[in-house]
Design a binder for this molecule. Structure first.
Ligand SMILES: [Zn+2]
Length: 244
């Protein structure tokens, strides 16, 4: 039996022989584990497509326990991401986060389209990395079903306010009278979050937002996702911290 799908390679793990085990985020089957027989050898036809960031059309043999790649037609190798430490560090972060926030064999078309677009942007244009990172984290809060309640009313007393505290654990805004637990935000912050939540990532990538906002939003939404999705560690953060 054969199964065909477009997919992004989000992880490659070496085995003891010449095979590579890949994690694909696919259009038709969500996150799947596959094996590329012999792909560790540069002579193998599968070696070019068995690298993280490759976006292609995969034909898989489903007969064995772990699906085997029969062939792959590369749409975009996104090889430029590995050319620079900075793009590589952010690229690794995006792929790791994608793996951490998806479930095996669950189709997630919106998330799939988003990560394909983010990797393509990272590979092909000059971009504000923290803006891209904040955008992915904010959109992920919605895609994973943990979007915080951002209407400018206190979730505790119902009063309208100018300044709020976003509680990571509660996922809602409270006024300063009710609780000062969490990150302090005003209406301008809420507008920026709404913008990053709703606009297309390609449009956002052409927007300028001050790093004071993007860096803080990264902190807020990373803590937010890690708490709600029970993520203990994002390993690629070490590499990101090392190059900054
Ligand atoms: Zn209140």
């Amino acid at each position: 039996m054969f199964f065909e799908t477009d997919a992004l390679v989000i992880k490659a793990t070496k085995s003891i022989n010449n095979d590579l085990f890949l994690t694909l985020f696919s259009l038709k089957a969500g996150k799947i584990e596959v094996v590329a027989n012999g792909a560790k050898s540069s002579k193998s036809q599968l070696s070019a497509c068995s690298k993280p960031f490759v976006f292609g059309h995969f034909v898989l043999n489903t007969r064995s326990k772990v699906m085997r790649i029969v062939s792959c037609e590369i749409h975009a190798s996104n090889f430029r991401i590995a050319d620079q430490l900075e793009t590589l560090a952010y690229g690794n972060y995006f792929l790791e986060l994608c793996g951490l926030t998806t479930h095996s064999n669950v189709v997630e078309v919106n998330h799939y389209q988003l990560i394909i677009e983010i990797i393509s942007i990272l590979s092909t244009k000059t971009v504000d990395f923290d803006l891209l990172r904040a955008t992915y984290l904010i959109k992920l809060s919605e895609l994973t079903g943990h979007k915080p309640n951002l209407s400018p009313v206190c979730t505790s007393c119902g009063q309208l306010a100018e300044t709020f505290y976003l509680s990571i654990s509660e996922g809602g805004l409270t006024c300063g009278d009710c609780s000062k637990d969490g990150f302090k935000l005003n209406l301008k912050w809420l507008k920026i979050i709404e913008y990053l939540m709703n606009k297309d990532v390609r449009i956002i990538s052409n927007t300028k937002i001050h790093p004071n906002y993007t860096q803080q939003l990264v902190k807020i939404f990373e803590s937010f996702l890690m708490f709600h999705l029970n993520i203990k560690e994002i390993k690629s953060n070490d590499f990101l911290a090392a190059i900054k």
